[in-house]
Design a protein around this ligand. Structure first.
Ligand SMILES: Cc1cc2nc3c(=O)[nH]c(=O)nc-3n(C[C@H](O)[C@H](O)[C@H](O)COP(=O)(O)O)c2cc1C
Length: 349
């Protein structure tokens, strides 16, 4: 008899983030599942994001005092109880009828910071009303710069604490799997803050970052940096932080895993601004590895979507609780009582 169920049939049977994906695959429409799970083209980068984490080995230290551990960090003026954020992902109403409202409640219950996507299917005001934790806003810069400016100012007025400007998507990637699933928003689901979708024609360059910074009152982070030279430019452009990301393998296939790109960017940025990263984080040990290689915090995308699909707010909370717990266990087992103590010594060389 097999005592370990590989395919959970209820959220109570879930013990790790991979279980969420298996259960979500059963629960979601095929179109929604394919939208969330797929990467660009041949999905090399999507797989590398995971394989690169798996290839890194840990080097534990024994007999240190880990009776009291603290996973808290401070990030751009916020104190967070653990360094895991909700990455911005689009269209939550195709994953669960309560959409972003379930996500924000789930984030609240897990004390996590939620980065809300420009492609929210719920008006920002409603998300803010349901929030009990700080929120950041992810921005796609539109051809219509006045509309872009109005959106930034709306987010500021609503109390969003930082802006993550996505810089890796002048066009969406070659999404073969999404196309095969004939992805389209169902009737009644729309994106109130992105009428008309992406469809950018006007150049979007470093000048626009300067322009945003000229009036933005909240910190501006650049999301989607992989090239160390771009990271250096981001510092020069006055970014308050960068997010090392390959868009979860959804944009340019065959770019490296983010955990592979991270150390070179850390070296170039040289502690001038915080560096966040996302892509393939599924285990507490992945979070530990990212921190050891110089990230201040990480974000998770697909697992949150699957948690939302499996159990609404409760599913989102459970994803975060599992990951946080796994990180804390990894800290104890590597002999690190605080986040500040996590450095390259935990990586086996
Ligand atoms: C379904 C889905 C939708 C996404 N939508 C957005 C978006 O609207 N804006 C954005 O900047 N990134 C978006 N991303 C990228 C995520 O913010 C993040 O970079 C990526 O999912 C991290 O990798 P992971 O899914 O392996 O955790 C999306 C990712 C997924 C999976």
């Amino acid at each position: 008899m097999n005592l370990v169920k590989d395919n959970p049939t209820a959220i109570s049977e879930i013990v790790n983030l991979f279980d969420f994906e298996r259960l979500a695959a059963e629960k979601m429409t095929k179109m929604a599942y394919e939208y969330v799970a797929s990467g660009a083209a041949d999905e090399f980068t999507l797989r590398w994001n995971r394989q690169a984490f798996n290839a890194i080995k840990l080097n534990p230290t024994i007999l240190t005092d880990v009776s009291q551990i603290d996973a808290g960090i401070s990030l751009l003026g916020l104190d967070l109880p653990y360094p895991i954020l909700i990455a911005p992902t689009a269209y939550h109403k195709i994953m669960h009828p309560e959409g972003e409202l379930a996500t924000v409640r789930g984030a609240g219950a897990a004390s996590a910071l939620y980065v809300v996507s420009s492609f929210s299917t719920t008006p920002l005001e409603e998300i803010v009303k349901a929030a009990t934790q700080p929120l950041w806003f992810q921005l796609y810069v539109r051809d219509d710069r006045e509309l872009t400016k109005a959106l930034i100012q709306q987010a500021e007025g609503l109390g969003f604490r930082a802006l993550c400007v996505t810089v890796d998507t002048p066009v969406a990637g070659v999404r073969n799997r999404q196309d095969k699933a004939r992805f389209a928003l169902p009737e009644g689901v729309n994106t109130p803050h992105m009428p008309g979708g992406l469809a950018e024609k006007k150049p979007f360059t470093w000048k626009d970052i300067e322009w945003i910074r000229s009036f933005a009152k909240i910190p501006v982070l650049l999301k989607g940096i992989l090239n160390p030279a771009d990271a250096e430019k981001a510092v020069e452009a006055g970014a308050s932080g960068i997010i090392v990301s390959n868009h979860g393998g959804r944009n340019l296939d065959t770019v490296p895993a983010t955990i592979e790109a991270l150390p070179r960017i850390v070296e170039k940025v040289n502690k001038k601004i915080p560096i966040l990263m996302d892509g393939g984080i599924r285990r507490g040990t992945d979070v530990l590895k990212a921190l050891a290689l110089g990230a201040t915090a990480v974000l998770v995308g697909k697992p949150i979507c699957f948690g939302l699909a499996c159990g609404g707010a409760e599913g989102v909370t459970k994803v975060l609780d599992i990951l946080r717990h796994e990180l804390e266990v990894a800290m104890i087992l590597t002999g690190k009582a605080t986040i500040a103590e996590i450095d390259e010594s935990v990586i086996w060389k």
